[in-house]
Design a protein around this ligand. Structure first.
Ligand SMILES: C[S@@+](CC[C@H](N)C(=O)[O-])C[C@H]1O[C@@H](n2cnc3c(N)ncnc32)[C@H](O)[C@@H]1O
Length: 226
């Protein structure tokens, strides 16, 4: 008889396996325990949260009674999460299971005022960027963004970019692989490159890199739009 799961320690002890490995055997590609503990600390009942991908983190958001949306194309895994919750006394009435790839689902969802966004779905180019654009774009001021698997090039570039953006404050990296940011500005979410320090710094010729300075002077003189 499945025991009821009342907190994160119970969930970790139950060790559900919602994913499959390369041979089709059940496994879990779950977040590092430190990252799960961070979510456990931050998220309270009624918090508005969203994640791309599905898994143990989804069960945790449900356990916390967050108004949560999980976006994943993986029907079987979503069903396993739902079943696990049902069998272990975790309500899922506050969870929306959006079954589709995030690049298709996110632009269609009505997202606003989110408290926390976890980017941990597709990791190929450009999925984490799309997830950031749509989901993190709907974070409230002070909302928290977590990006997992920062050893992968796509996620690493996203994190390096955000670390230089004034609208995002880098907080820490959990378990060596999940970067945490706080949204500290609500300005232009996807500005032109000359206003993005990371893009400028990593862009080609000195002539290119001096452009932002020239544009800034023109903006200051009122002859170029920001
Ligand atoms: C690393 S797992 C998520 C782990 C989860 N956060 C946890 O703690 O257990 C990533 C999941 O993202 C899903 N995924 C893959 N491509 C996706 C996409 N384009 N959009 C949304 N989810 C995707 C897959 O189903 C995969 O199981």
């Amino acid at each position: 008889v499945p025991v009821s799961v009342r907190n994160l320690d119970d969930l970790l002890a139950a060790a559900p396996r919602f994913h499959v490995d390369a041979d089709g055997a059940p496994t879990s590609h779950q977040l590092a325990t430190e990252a799960l503990r961070h979510i456990d600390r931050l998220v309270g009942e009624g918090a508005r949260t969203l994640e791309t991908g599905e898994g143990v983190s989804t069960a945790l958001f449900a356990l916390k009674r967050a108004r949560h949306t999980t976006v994943s194309p993986h029907a079987r895994a979503l069903e396993l999460v739902r079943l696990f919750c049902q069998e272990h006394g975790i309500g899922t009435s506050t969870v929306t299971f959006a079954q589709d790839v995030s690049q298709r689902a996110l632009p269609r969802l009505d997202l606003a005022d989110l408290d926390l966004v976890l980017v941990d779905g597709g990791h190929g180019f450009p999925t984490p960027f799309i997830d950031w654009y749509y989901a993190a774009g709907a974070l409230r001021l002070g909302g928290v963004l977590m990006v997992d698997d920062i050893d992968l090039w796509t996620c690493r570039v996203l994190v390096e970019f955000l670390r230089e953006e004034p609208a995002w404050r880098y907080e820490r990296t959990l378990g060596g692989r999940t970067a945490v940011f706080t949204r500290v500005g609500l300005g232009e979410h996807a500005a032109e490159w000359i206003h993005q320090p990371y893009v400028v710094r990593n862009s080609g010729s000195p002539r290119r890199r001096s452009l932002p300075g020239r544009v800034a002077r023109r903006v200051a003189r009122g002859i170029a739009p920001r």
